[in-house]
Design a protein around this ligand. Structure first.
Ligand SMILES: [Cu+2]
Length: 111
């Protein structure tokens, strides 16, 4: 059971995680005016990289409660942020807030 859990965890890490200093880098794609995935779980010290994969639309990433904001970025551009405090971080894209372009980053304390 424990071995199975470790195996699945390792597989998920190898699929979604990319080594980056002491934390992982998790990618969120900006596509069709949505964040994919909209909900992400990471650990303290991990980095989220938002990658614009649209054909022509620009977006931004704005956390109104945490003072984190990106400039507007265009297809093939990205923005990243490393989360150093545990918590729930709600964000949205300011140009597309009225289209419900939003997401949440859940940052867990590293064990
Ligand atoms: Cu947008």
């Amino acid at each position: 059971m424990r071995f199975g859990t470790l195996l699945v965890g390792g597989l998920l890490l190898s699929l979604f995680g990319i080594a980056h200093a002491d934390g992982e880098v998790v990618e969120v794609e900006l596509k069709d005016n949505q964040f994919h995935p909209a909900e992400v779980e990471i650990q303290v010290g991990d980095t989220v990289r938002w990658v614009n994969v649209e054909t022509r639309t620009s977006h931004d990433v704005y956390f109104p409660d945490h003072g984190i904001e990106s400039p507007r970025f265009f297809p093939e551009e990205s923005f990243e942020h490393t989360f150093e405090e545990p918590g729930t971080y709600d964000y949205h894209c300011r140009p597309h807030e009225d289209r419900d372009m939003r997401g949440t980053i859940h940052v867990q304390q590293r064990e």
